[in-house]
Design a protein. Structure first.
Length: 155
């Protein structure tokens, strides 16, 4: 019996909106892409692949929670200075599953709703076509230096 192929053997993967940085290993595995990004808003897309499905053939709840967490972080960390970067860590995340999806493209939309200098809150929705599949809220803390829209130089 042979071992299953490594997920790292996929075709090369880049994210055009994040061209200044290499996609993380997790992003390469999940294959989500940043489709839109502006102050206080972000949109991720994910083309559903077999790896995203659970035993019942529908998108795994962990995939949906990942999209909510990730798009929420992006919504609060838009950087106004090209070449700089902002970062955040998740403090709290809620997820509500509304419907199932088994193929196509998922679209995760997030909006920053409030916060202060160090903490921000975001609401998120995930759609499969016109169907609301999941929604959630996140609370995030800016990483050191990321409190300002100018961000910090990339390492």
């Amino acid at each position: 019996m042979t071992a299953p192929p490594s997920l790292d053997q996929d075709e090369p993967f880049t994210d055009p909106l994040l061209s200044a940085e290499e996609p993380s290993g997790f992003q390469r595995t999940m294959r989500y892409q940043l489709a839109e990004w502006r102050p206080d808003e972000a949109v991720l897309t994910l083309d559903v692949l077999p790896r995203h499905l659970n035993r019942n053939g529908v998108v795994h709840g962990g995939v949906l929670a990942t999209l909510i967490d990730t798009v929420g972080g992006f919504a609060g960390t838009y950087c106004t200075v090209p070449g700089n970067k902002r970062g955040a860590v998740t403090l709290s995340l809620t997820t509500t599953f509304m419907a199932q999806a088994s193929g196509g493209t998922l679209r995760a939309v997030a909006r920053r709703r409030g916060g202060g200098r160090k903490i921000f809150m975001v609401t998120c929705e995930i759609f499969a076509g016109d169907t609301l599949v999941a929604m959630g809220e996140g609370t995030y803390r800016y990483r050191a230096g990321s409190e300002n829209p100018e961000g910090v130089p990339r390492a």
